[in-house]
Design a protein around this ligand. Structure first.
Ligand code: S3P
Length: 430
């Protein structure tokens, strides 16, 4: 990004209307990657606007896949399981952990060498978690010191494995399942905690046999993928910022349509309701295997409390904005067991604690979480986004309930997941 655009926020009157969310980022990555190795031409509607998902499309094009994109409509001519071509140059995953990790699964099955890396933030993110299982399957992978990107992957025929990842990560699970497509036999992943299951659903949509038994997911190798026409639901992780704004800014009432409500992603709704949030869900339906529906939110008092550890993987990306919400609750908010937050686009535990303190709030930092007392009046401050889209958006929302002016440096980093964030926020704000 490298941009230094600073934006300012003042206390908001109220937020109203129907807010339109971008297509889900997680699902868009998966549809694009699977369409690229399917047979035939896939059409993807409401593809995510995010720069991260464009990084995935760019990498696929470098592998010889023909892609046409017009706004959020994407057409991908599948190359088939064995039709990708050696790229002329290193692949650039930009800021996207999903791109490098999930794509590495596919690259591990290719009979050529690929280099894949990304920006400064991505170059600090741990890759041993995928290198280890993919190497066990037969890929030869070199990394920078400490298991960091860029990765050089020499793939080929793989062997199926039974893998129990030490961290609960949908990206790791996906890397192994996608590599499993290139292994003769059945590859199994045992999840330590349930994580988002978009890959399992998407693989099935493309015609691959995927099964789940308790916490073990299995995929059958060498299955042929068939092209699909798919529609991506709205991104609940983007909606999270507006859900919190709608609850916190007095008098607000917001509506969201066609939001992804996959139970492995929607823990934020359960949590917000459990602390007294006035949230209703309507018109649920399943499309392409993914649950979606409309959501309404109304401002009102919130109790607060502890986020149960088992909910953490299901709302990991929503924790920065939930921390902001915590300051406005009656009893505050505590969460533990979220050490993974330290290795996201930024160290999100440190970034949230720093920015809450800049706004005059008290917060206690643990290695794996935060404790945020409630009933705190935030004060406008200069916020550091740390170049992290979710930190910038969380603190833009904090600015709506703070006294005085809140300014966010490097605010354009929201492009990573939600390029229209500021426009949608301005349109909803009175
Ligand atoms: C994602 C999984 C999560 C999440 C990330 C997207 C995915 O990461 O934080 O934003 O699309 O699979 P981990 O798999 O590292 O937990």
């Amino acid at each position: 990004m490298g941009s230094t655009t600073t934006r300012t926020f003042e206390r908001a009157g109220r937020l109203t209307g129907t807010v339109s969310m971008p297509g889900d980022k997680s699902i868009s990555h998966r549809y694009a990657m699977l369409a690229a190795i399917a047979e035939g031409t896939s059409q993807i509607h409401s593809f995510a606007e995010s720069v991260d998902c464009q990084s995935t499309l760019n990498c696929l094009e470098m592998l010889g896949v023909r892609i046409e994109r017009q706004g959020n409509e994407v057409v991908i001519e599948g190359a088939g399981l064995d039709g990708l071509q050696a790229p002329a140059e290193p692949l650039d995953a930009g800021n996207s952990g999903s791109t490098i990790r999930m794509m590495s699964g596919i690259l591990s099955g290719q009979p050529f060498r690929t280099v894949i890396g990304g920006d400064a933030s991505l170059s600090r993110r741990p890759m041993k978690r995928i290198i280890e299982p993919l190497a066990r399957m037969g890929a030869r992978i070199q990394s920078s010191e400490g298991g960091l990107p860029p990765l050089t992957i020499e793939g080929g025929d793989l062997v199926p494995i039974h893998y129990e990842p030490p961290v609960a990560s949908a990206q790791v699970k996906t890397a192994v399942l996608f590599a499993g497509l290139y292994a003769g036999g059945v590859t199994e992943v045992v999840e330590p905690h349930l994580t988002r299951d978009h890959s399992e659903i998407a693989l099935r949509q493309f015609g691959v046999k995927v099964e789940r038994q308790d916490s073990t997911i299995s995929v059958e190798g060498r299955s042929r993928l068939r092209a699909q026409e798919l529609t991506v639901p709205g991104d609940i992780s983007s909606a999270a910022f507006f859900l919190v704004a709608g609850l916190l800014v007095p008098g607000s009432e917001l509506a969201f349509e066609n939001i992804g409500l996959n139970p492995t992603r929607a823990a934020i709704l359960d949590f917000l309701k459990s602390v007294g949030g006035d949230i209703s869900i309507l018109n649920c339906e399943t499309r392409n295997g993914e649950l979606a529906g409309s959501v309404r939110v109304k401002a009102g008092p919130l109790g607060g409390g502890e986020i149960p550890a088992e909910l953490i993987p299901g709302l990991i990306d929503e924790l920065p904005v939930l921390a902001v919400l915590g300051t406005q609750t009656e009893n505050g908010l505590v969460f533990r067991g979220a050490q993974e937050l330290r290795v996201k686009e930024s160290d999100r535990i440190a970034a949230v604690a720093d920015n809450l303190r800049r706004m005059g709030a008290k917060v206690e930092e643990f290695p794996d979480g935060l404790s945020i007392p409630g009933r705190q009046q935030l004060k406008g401050a200069e916020i550091a986004s740390y170049g992290d889209h979710r930190i910038a958006m969380a603190f833009a929302i904090a600015g709506l309930v703070a006294d005085g002016t809140t300014s966010i440096a490097d605010s354009d980093c929201v492009q990573i997941s939600f390029p229209a964030f500021y426009e949608v926020l301005a349109a909803a704000t009175q």
